[in-house]
Design a protein around this ligand. Structure first.
Ligand SMILES: [Zn+2]
Length: 348
């Protein structure tokens, strides 16, 4: 019995119970106290919060691990100053849809600038981890419903640099007679889809390898989480690789956690779907799947009831899950009913 108890305790400690938080509105002392009361042990924070010395000290003092969220290729601020950085979609448009806008991932100067920024964050702010968000190709997955055909999903990048990089690195010669970017994209996808997919996934994986290797040379204990598009291997005809460019098996060599954004409510899915995403991703990247779940409505006018939220949480915690991350604290702090449910599940 004692052995069983100690195993359970150990397992509990290994589980991550996290919140994503982007701005702090109230008193930091009470915030951390409330997290401890709920059973939260990890905070995934914006750079702005990580720069707050009082927050960092309180988190450390109370054993709350801090991961800085880096929105790698999502950068409206930089794109506003230089529109030549935009990724280009298969339809020939700049990669901007509603609030989602993406930098082309093959731009080496941009990638170097992100790496420099992260190195500085690690040296100065000394976080426990880095949480790599938007580290993929452009796709507005938040708006892709369960029944949407794969070939109707707009994605990128098909800019000149990406296409010539692909051609050069794979030794595939492409005709130079295309009259439009969309024509060229459709030619590549109909003749060289497998090669193109391998190349675009490789671009993302290689950058993750570079980031994690470089940052671990600054801090060997630094952990890495990667935010994943919540698509199972067969969804949208393998769109997780062909569209988003995230190859979980390859990425798993370099990160500690892969965190699918299982925002079931806005995607018109349910609790069992959350568990099925975790299970599917775990087959590709064993022992590192950490689902993030939605607390409040987004993109819909009806509400996420406490009961529905409980079903998401229950399914998110099922094996082989490594824990759960709530998106977001800003939403959760206004929800006493959901906090009560969390307290019960995370402090059994
Ligand atoms: Zn590009």
């Amino acid at each position: 019995m004692a052995l069983l108890l100690s195993c359970n305790t150990e397992k509990m400690h290994q589980q991550i119970h996290g919140v994503k938080i982007y701005t702090i509105s109230g008193d930091i002392d009470s915030l951390v106290t409330e997290w401890l009361d709920l059973g939260i042990n990890t905070a995934f924070v914006s750079e702005e919060i990580a720069e707050n010395t009082v927050f960092r000290a309180k988190a450390k003092e109370n054993g709350i691990a801090v991961f800085i969220i880096e929105p790698v290729f999502f950068n409206p601020e930089v794109l506003k100053k230089d529109s030549s950085l935009y990724a280009i979609t298969n339809e020939g448009n700049i990669a901007k849809s509603d609030w989602v806008e993406f930098v082309c991932p093959s731009n080496r100067n941009y990638r170097d600038s992100i790496l420099l920024k992260l190195e500085k964050d690690v040296r100065v702010l000394k976080p426990d981890g880095i949480s790599l968000d938007f580290i993929r190709h452009f796709v507005y997955w938040e708006m892709v419903g369960p029944e949407q055909p794969a070939d109707s999903i707009e994605h990128g990048c098909f800019c000149n640099r990406c296409v010539s990089g692909f051609s050069k690195e794979t030794d595939i010669a492409l005709p130079d007679t295309f009259t439009s970017i969309s024509g060229r994209a459709s030619y590549i996808l109909s003749h060289f889809k497998d090669e193109w997919t391998a190349w675009k996934c490789g671009l993302i994986t290689a950058f993750v390898e570079k980031i994690t290797t470089d940052l671990n040379s600054v801090d060997p204990d630094l952990k890495f989480n990667l935010h994943a598009v919540p698509w199972r291997s067969d969804d949208y005809e393998g769109g997780i690789r062909t569209i988003a460019g995230q190859d979980f098996a390859a990425l798993s060599q370099y990160v500690d956690y892969i965190s699918p954004m299982c925002y079931a409510f806005m995607l018109y899915r349910d609790g069992p779907w959350v568990a099925s995403v975790v299970e599917n991703l775990d087959k590709q990247a064993p022992g590192m799947i950490l689902p993030s779940i939605q607390v409040r409505q987004e993109y819909r006018t009806d509400q996420v009831s406490d009961k529905v939220f409980e079903s998401y949480l229950q399914d998110a915690l099922k094996a082989p899950s490594q824990g759960v991350i709530f998106w977001s604290w800003e939403h959760l702090e206004k929800e006493p009913g959901k906090k009560k449910i969390i307290r019960a599940y995370l402090n059994p």
